[in-house]
Design a protein around this ligand. Structure first.
Ligand code: ATP
Ligand code: MG
Length: 286
């Protein structure tokens, strides 16, 4: 475990977790959006993928998960989304209204945009509303709003084959936003994009986060991306994934190109890189 280097990191690393697992209701009261307590995941194959993992994310916080390939980052997101159940431990998810069922009020953005190729941008974004039986008129307004939020209002009638990679990812983001979720789970959403597009999407994501006040849990392999975007970066150990180190990124808002080229930014990146260093020459999935 690397030594925390600033007082806020020290405070964070010394923060003791309550003895008893928080119930989902407690998580809501405490202002937490996500609370994982002693969570493990063993797949049917017998692979112990995760944990035990203790993770809290405050409502409105932007947190990144970083770690070697195969350490359980996607598994952790799927557990938070309620797509998989933990083998042991508790997963608490709480939204603004205090409803506390895992999977409620969550938008998921995957690495691949996974759009329906035969459907227009509008129909792709409408899909979650259709599945939730939202009335057409209300749905149309929400689709229009989500497309405006990601800067694609003019492309509503286009088909995925007519879009660039970055635009497809924007559609995927609009589809996650259309239900107005409290929590956005993002699994390496920009990994396949070129650097310029990625920087732009990073900036757009930050302004969406600031304006919409979502809680974001963001998985990435990029130290630079995690530091640029996050209020807190969590470095995980190799499988089974646990928390190795946490870093609070105390940079002035809004973040911009000045931050990206600052000494503070370079310093944070160095700290996070150091925490990952033991595994940078390791085998994938090891
Ligand atoms: N459905 C599954 N069935 C069996 N094993 C799985 C399943 N999904 C993931 N695993 C295993 O669990 C471990 C963690 O996988 P996971 O996809 O969560 O890792 P990750 O940190 O997201 O990796 P990457 O950075 O490569 O995306 C891996 O060893 C993987 O092989
Ligand atoms: Mg993954």
């Amino acid at each position: 475990m690397i030594e925390p280097q600033t007082s806020s990191e020290k405070a964070l690393s010394e923060k003791s977790l309550p003895e008893a697992a928080l119930s989902e209701i407690d998580a809501g009261v405490a202002g937490l959006a996500v609370s994982l307590r002693g969570v493990t995941k063993v797949y049917d194959s017998g692979v112990l993928a995760l944990g035990p993992l203790d993770l809290e994310v405050r409502r409105g916080e932007f947190v990144s998960l970083l770690g070697p390939s195969g350490c359980g980052k996607s598994t952790a997101l799927r557990l938070i989304a309620g797509l998989n159940a933990p083998t042991s431990g508790t997963v608490g998810v709480s939204n603004r209204a205090g409803e506390t069922r895992a999977g409620r009020s969550i938008g998921f953005v995957f690495q691949e945009p996974t759009l329906m190729p035969w459907a227009s941008v509008r129909e792709n974004v409408r899909l979650p509303l259709k599945l939730a039986h939202v009335a057409l008129a209300e749905g149309s307004a929400r689709v229009g709003e989500a497309l405006t939020q990601v800067g694609l209002a003019e492309f509503a009638e286009a088909f995925p084959r007519q879009l660039s990679g970055g635009m497809k990812m924007r559609v995927s983001l609009a589809r996650a936003l259309v239900t107005d979720p409290d929590i956005l789970l993002m699994d390496e959403p920009f990994a396949a994009l070129d650097e310029i597009t990625r920087f732009r999407l990073n900036n757009d994501l930050l302004s969406l986060w600031r304006n919409l006040r979502k809680t974001v849990v963001f998985v990435t392999h990029s130290v630079f991306e995690s530091v640029y975007l996050s209020q807190r970066v969590i470095v995980m150990t190799p499988r089974p994934g646990r928390i190795k180190a946490e870093f609070r990124i105390d940079a002035a808002e809004p973040r911009d190109e000045d931050f990206r080229t600052s000494a503070d930014y370079a310093g944070y990146c160095r700290m996070v890189s150091n925490a990952l260093a033991p595994w940078q020459s390791g085998q994938p999935g090891s």
